[in-house]
Every structure is written in C-alpha cells, then in structure tokens.
Design a protein around this ligand. Sequence first.
Ligand SMILES: [Mn+2]
Length: 331
Amino acid sequence: MREVVEALRSLSGKRVVVLCHHNADPDGVASALVLAHILRRFCREVKAGAAEDVSLLARSVLSEFGYTIDVNPSLNCDAVVLVDTSGFGHLGSFGEEVRKFRGEILVIDHHRPNEETRKSVNVHLVFEHYASESELIFDIARELGVSLSPEQASLLLSGIISDTAHFRLAKPETFRTVWELIKCGADYNRVLASMKLPEDRSKRIALLKAVERAELKRMYGYHFLCSELGSFEADAAAVMVRIGADAAFVGAEDKGQLKLSARAREDFLEETGIHLGEMMEELGHRFEGSGGGHAGAASMTGRGRFKDLKRELFKLLEQRLSRVHALRGPD
Ligand SMILES: [Mn+2]
C-alpha cells in the first residue's frame, strides 16, 4: 500500500486521466471514478474515463447513482493511471491512443500482470490478492484519508458485487470492506436493484446459439466445451461451466480478428494448477494479439482463423494436462 500511496502522491499538481478497460464493468467504472475523486485532493485536474465503451450493467449502476464517465477521454494530460486493466490490449481500439501517449503511465491493478505492459509503463503495481479493484481503491482512499460520499461507496460496492460474482469469489477481507462501505452510506439494496438488468432477448438467443454450436472434448477425465459466438462470449462460457464443463471456451473470428473468452470450475483449477489468464496470454502471443485475466476467468484477442486458435488452445491444454498427469502418475 505504501508504494501505491507514494506513486499517487508523485502526481501532485499534475493533470491526470484515470482510465479503465473497454466494455467497462462496474468494478472498472467505480474504480476510475473514485480514484479520480481521491486524486482531486492533490492533482491539478483529474478526469475519469473508460476505453471504447461501457457495459450495460455499469451504465445501469452509474445512472442509478447519478454518475457518468467519459468514453475515450482526451489524453491531454501529464499522466494516465490505468485501473482494473492489466494491459493495453484490454483498452480495445483506444489502446493505440494510450500506447502513443508520451506522458507518465501508471498501472494499478488486481489482475495477473502482463509482462509486456509492465516493461512499457512507468509504474506497475499489481495486487492479485484483491478480489476486486474496488476494494483496492477503498484501501487507497482510507490510506490517504479521503472520505467517500454514500454514492461513491455504493459504486465501489457494485464493483465488489460484480467482480466477486455476488460474493461467490469474495475473500474474507472483502466482507470487511463491504462493512466499511455500508458505514460510508453504501445502499446495498439499491446497488443490487441497479444490477438487475431486464432480460435481454438478444443475449438469450446468443446463448442458445452457443449451446447449439458447442463441441464437447474429453481429456484426462475432464470435460471441455468450445463454441463459436460473436457476442456474449463470456456469458456463454460461464453458462457452460455452470452446467458442468470443467472449462469452457467461447469466441469468434471476424474479418481475421479473433477473440476468445475462457471460464473454468474452481476444482478443476485447483486439481490441475491451470491458470486461464496465463493460457490466454500465451494464446494472445501466438496469434499476434494479447490476453490475460484471472485463473478462472480470462480472455484473449488476436489475428487469424478460429479453427487454428481452437487447435492451439487444445494443444496447450493437452500439454498442461499431460504434465499434471505425469507428475501425479497413473491413478
Ligand atoms: Mn476488476
């Protein structure tokens, strides 16, 4: 925590943009907006922004608590602080703008670190043990003695709820932060209500298509589902894991652009030591793109054919599993 505070204090008097990843989720927008609020204490001018676009869920939370966030903010500033974003690859089309930015770049994140990004930024601080960036931002506010409004506390609470999948992935410390946020005036019921989106017909149809096209593979006693879908890939992969796949991979190819989302069961990850974020990073490299994420939820983008991506993916999975199998010996 001391390093973060020092890094942020070094921005005193500067013009700063706090930026989160594309298709920004509640954790991303809450982190960007609240960190911007914190920095206003000692920076000259601070803006919060999201790269490329803001997710429906995050937009719903923002409007409930009376906030808006700039999409693709102008980078006419001295420093950019990336929050909830492990690499330039997660900034979508806005990534190029940030790559070209000549000022200081700081990364304060809770995802698996991206090595390439680490090398090209000025400050790179990653706290993987935080279940959400919102908890990290809350600790920074406390450390710097900045108080939060009830609305800001509610935003952070929505970030926690979203990133922990409604507390399923929460750490024991998460509940301490939630209690602190409630004491700041966060309204749990209002947050929950704002995170309940009306059923989306296009999503339902997309998920059904993903199921229709899914292919089941068995390896070393594990079951994997893979499917091709151009939207709601992460949701589709999550559904497949929920119905019993050890891991699921859903993605698409569009004019040579590849994307893939991966999800896995907790027990599969524990047994095999597989880290999807690491696998997606590797695949990103192999397909001239980038990838990363958490052990059980990750994604990549790149260039090429989907069938080649699928082949490489299962080759990689086979390699990892055969190694685990060899270590463990025949059952
Ligand atoms: Mn996050």
